[in-house]
Design a protein. Sequence first.
Length: 556
Amino acid sequence: MNRLLGNALPLSIAVLMNGWLISSISQAAEISEDANSLEQIVQYSESLNSASETGEDSDSSEQVTSVSQLRDVQPTDWAFQALQSLVERYGCIEGYPDRTYRGNRAMTRYEFAAGLNSCLDRIQELIAALPQGVSKEDLDRLRKLQEEFTSELANLRGRVDALEARVNKVEAQQFSTTTKLGVEVITYISDAFGERADDVNQTTLGYRTRIDFNTSFTGKDRLRTRLQATNLRLINTGAIYGGVFGPPETAGETGETRFVPSTLSGNNNVTINQLQYRFPIGDRLKIFIDAASTDPTYVTDTIIPFIDTATGALTNFGQVNPVYFPIGNQAGVGANVLITKGLSLDFAYFGESGTPNLPGNKQGWFNGGYSAWAQLTYLGERLKFGLLYLNSYSPEFGVDTLAGSNAAKVIGAGPVVGNSYGFQANYRFSKGFELGGWVGYTAARALDVKGDAEVLNYAATFAFPDLLKKGNYGGIVFGMQPKLISTSNAALAAAIGLPEGRRSDRDTGFHIEAFYRIQLNDYISITPGFLWLTAPNHDARNPDAVIAVIRTAFVF
């Protein structure tokens, strides 16, 4: 109700209190020209005020006796005279102990009660000091004054009752006292341009919708249940891989054009995308328990400011270091351990998709695929960085990170163990410019063919908060998506699809991305931008592809 009444309530109350005190006393005195008790109240108040000014029986270091002692009240304020009378004449509504009045913020019922009680105590003091006390005639006059303002008080009471009714209605109709509903809808209008990309793409409209139910039982914990539906598909760059131009339905689908991690995850089907419960233990430990799809970004900070799929970079690679995304994580336990202010150790163990809940041989949470990781995270006022180590084992997904060339996935050679290392950092030079980036390296070992492979990626990010207008956001990403830089033997190279004689990706292609988010209001943003891929699939025989994108995000 405080918010509905508005920030002007304290000053308004001051004016009303001052008017009530002065008019109650002065109008009562006007009822009779003879000297009476009410006139003596005023005289007694003035004598006390005079004593205060001369320093008698006062301690200015502990009690506010003049409105000039209030640090945040100026003579130009519209209620200055009312405050001056309340403080200096009647000694009530004096302000806070730190000599501030805070007249522009809402007043609680407790504060109003304290102020009113102070004024009533002051009246009682003044009345008690009168030689003859209060006569029946004085009380009758006060009663007449009360009756005179009956209509105004009734009107005010009616307005307060109406506000209380509205608040009660809102509280009764809210979704839940412990659960908050969040909705995120992202749409993408996109098309690809290039010597080959023109022939295999049309303008498309895709979407991803998420509905979050965030429940708290203690005020510090959170149970998140996320429903998701999407129809997004990879854009085809028309790339050649293995020396053969693939059929239209598969050619060029390398992961380099992925918008969000959930691309290809559904055909408008609603699924439980996240089911996580997190809770603190003491002041330094926070536990995460996941029972659906998950990855390190659900537990630790990824440092780069482009991570949000609704408001950050347009592509999956532009949002985060790919080593955070070993494919297929499903169910796990993680933790944040606060070491010192801004410095934490974050870690988790995740089972791979399809195996954590199956009791069969080479399945289950520990015997099937998994990823175990730890990150030392520093979050300073300007500088942020993270040092990540991730160990993974996958029977069928290799070290696929939803980005990069086909060969960099190391898929096709049977079970693969991966050891990934990531360094990511971001520095805020000013309110309008941040510089960041990352390096990711993976050493993979194929167990069946007994071969080793190395995968590398890197990027530099340039962020421009509040570009051209407050709330808008500009960003540039330049980097190299995951590239296979070496294999230890020909058997492994052939198993993962490299042509005879090749032991790594043929060339180096670059990822160049730029976007500008236009924040229309608190809920809707439009982000136009483009992605320029040189040598798609890290093969210079493939012509460059440029993808134009307009993303619209609705976040409630």
